[in-house]
Write a protein that binds this ligand. Sequence first.
Ligand SMILES: [Mg+2]
Length: 274
Amino acid sequence: MMELALPDTPHPLPWQEAPAAVLAGLRGVLTDIDDTLTREGRIEPQALEAIGRLHAAGWPVIAVTGRPAGWSEPGLRSWPVAAIVAENGGVLLRRQGRSTVTYQYTVDDRQRAERFARLQACATQVLQQVPHARLALDSPGRHTDIAIDHSEHHHLDRAGQEAVLAVMRSHGLTATVSSIHINGWLGEHDKWSGAQWAVQAVLNRPLEPGRWIYVGDSTNDEVMFRRLPASVGVANIAASLPRLLHRPAWITQAERGGGFAEVAERLLRARTAG
Ligand SMILES: [Mg+2]
């Protein structure tokens, strides 16, 4: 698989070389959270400041994460983002008034309960069959998926990760690997469908691919790199590039929150200039 870098998915170019004309057409920012805005689970100050500056300049920022709904809610309360898509498109969190956060799902309560039971059965089998596999510590906040930790608080090697993916897929789950977890869920949703859902809900218009930029760092961002012509990997994406068939168009110099701040800086200048 490592050799499958195709001619139409070249290595990302430096972000500073992104054409100003492309940036001038952009209107909104979609971003991953873990290791794109955060380091070791905490948002980096430069990323938070950059989101604040984008927000102040009228750029909607929507976060799209594999993290659970329960984990995402404090972020929505304290960061100036317009919405958070959690659980890889399974849950949309929005603010209502000053203190209420609403949760929306892709399916009704009955279907969600059925899926939840099937997911727990799959998780039980993963833990029985894959040596050293452990549930992610944020699992209690998960409403529509399950997650196995591979790099957050517990190490699971590549062979173990593949074994987890195989069990999840044998249960009919869609499964992806983020920088920290292996996530599995039932249903057709993914980060891309979640992003479309959020843009429609927040801005009351469809997501136009030429108008939004996506920032990410890992293999679970691949669907966004594939769908959006304007996509950026923060520098720490370098470790994941050999496993990406669809790579971001550009890569930043700095890692994590510093990389996100680089993206914001150029977007803000492009808007001012335009
Ligand atoms: Mg990430």
